[in-house]
Structure formats: structure tokens, C-alpha cells
Write a protein that binds this ligand. Structure first.
Ligand code: URA
Length: 241
């Protein structure tokens, strides 16, 4: 189990600069196992139960690094740190946006796509989920402007479909029609605007797009648009199941 100086730990979790968290400690705001800490140099072991044992201003410590969340991304939010307008990071507690390591989205959803979006500060996990070698399947529900022709499933499954402006065919994808103008689509890649461009390649247009599953992990029915939840180890494992 690793350990960190108290001031480094609190600064990394976004509680303030090293100087600011040193004043917090001096002011008696930090309590561990019932004892007020006075020494911001002290080494703190990063035990999994630390947030339950250490409080800052009377509130449990924020989750330690190794934090993975799911967001039910609503329409209109952007997966970016910088753009104008509502960002997916606005759905997180304000302090979490100053954490080091930073929390990033695991891949992206377009501003006008809703559904399951993962966020993590664990770079290895992020790469395992988005690595093309892992073939983690992403499932989307697309609402289409025009009725399906009937040949889209075969074209998407062939592994030969080329998107405009690209020179490598798409990996096979699975289409499941839901109605004349709606379908589920399962893809294992994450190319730019991939689902919209796949339907454009077969003469259609995506009016609405929603992601409801990543690997074996479904968007929980109880997680409302805009809602976030810290993921359990079992949920993380379900991604790769
Ligand atoms: N494909 C798209 O076109 N948009 C998304 O947001 C995700 C997949």
C-alpha cells in the first residue's frame, strides 16, 4: 500500500494548493481516526478505508485515486475540458475537477449523443477499455431519419465498409433493427462520429443516438440523465465480461 504526505494527498485530491492545505491542517480541519492532525508532513497510508477514517471540515475525504465513474450523459453536454457550454465535467463535484491524476472520459460521446459514459483517473484502465485490441463492444440505439433498406446489417457485418475519408475498412458490426426507423448497433471501434457516419454510408441519417451498454455493462435504469455514480469493482469487471 502506498503512502503520501498529508499535504500532497489533499492537494492531489483538489482541496487546494500545498500552501492552502497546510493552512487547513493548521486550522484543525483534518481529523484521522478521531484525532485532529497537526502535521501536514505526516505520511498517510492510502488504505481503501481512508475516506471513512479521515475527514476534512467534518466531511469524509473524497475517494482516493483509482476512481472510476459512470455518467448518464444527457444531450447537449460536451466531452471536453475546454469548450464553451456545459461539459461532462460539470456533472462532477467541483473539487474533483482539480484532482491529480485528473479524471478523463473513456473515449467520447458527441454533444448530441446521450447515454453511458465512463470517466476515470486510472490511465491503465482507460487504455484497456478503449484499446482496439480488446474489442470492447459499445451498443447504441439509433433513431433514423429514413426507413432501413434491409441490406444494412449485411453491409455492417461484412468488415469491408469504408467510411468517407478513411482507408481502413470498419471492423464487423452487428445491427439489430428495432423498427423501420430505429436500430441497435454494436461496434468494437471508436472512430470519430462512427455510428452517424456508418448510417450516412448507407444513405441514412441518425436523428438521435443513445449508448446503453459498454462491454457487459449496461446503463443502469435508475441512473437519470445527468446522474453520476462511482463504479464498483464488479461493474468495472463487467466491462470486460
Ligand atoms: N458514434 C457517433 O456517431 N457518435 C457518438 O457519440 C458515438 C458513436
Amino acid at each position: 500500500m502506498s503512502a503520501l504526505r498529508l499535504d500532497r494527498l489533499l492537494a492531489n485530491l483538489g482541496y487546494g494548493s500545498r500552501r492552502e492545505v497546510q493552512s487547513l491542517v493548521r486550522a484543525g480541519a483534518v481529523v484521522l481516526d478521531g484525532t485532529t492532525l497537526t502535521d501536514s508532513d505526516m505520511k498517510i497510508a492510502l488504505a481503501p478505508d481512508l475516506p471513512a477514517r479521515l475527514s476534512v471540515d467534518g466531511m469524509p475525504l473524497d475517494p482516493l485515486p483509482g476512481l472510476t465513474l459512470m455518467l448518464h450523459k444527457p444531450l447537449g453536454m460536451t466531452c471536453s475540458h475546454k469548450e464553451a457550454g456545459p461539459l461532462v465535467y460539470d456533472a462532477l463535484p467541483e473539487r474533483w475537477r482539480r484532482r491529480e491524476p485528473a479524471i478523463s472520459t473513456v473515449g467520447r460521446l458527441d454533444k448530441e449523443t446521450s447515454g453511458l459514459l465512463l470517466m476515470t483517473d486510472d490511465g491503465d484502465l482507460l487504455h484497456r477499455i478503449i484499446s482496439p485490441k480488446r474489442h470492447v463492444a459499445k451498443r447504441y440505439v439509433a433513431t433514423l431519419a429514413r426507413p432501413l433498406r434491409g441490406d444494412e446489417g449485411a453491409l455492417f457485418a461484412a468488415g469491408t465498409l469504408m467510411l468517407e475519408g478513411e482507408n481502413k475498412p470498419l471492423a464487423p458490426a452487428v445491427l439489430e433493427p428495432l423498427s423501420a426507423t430505429a436500430a441497435r448497433l454494436i461496434i468494437t471501434e471508436g472512430r470519430y462520429h462512427q455510428v452517424r457516419r456508418m448510417f450516412a454510408a448507407v444513405g441514412n441519417h441518425v436523428d438521435a443516438l443513445h449508448r446503453d451498454r459498454i462491454g457487459g455493462l449496461e446503463l443502469p435504469a435508475g441512473l437519470a440523465p445527468g446522474g453520476t455514480r462511482i463504479m464498483t469493482a464488479a461493474e468495472i469487471a463487467a466491462i470486460f465480461a
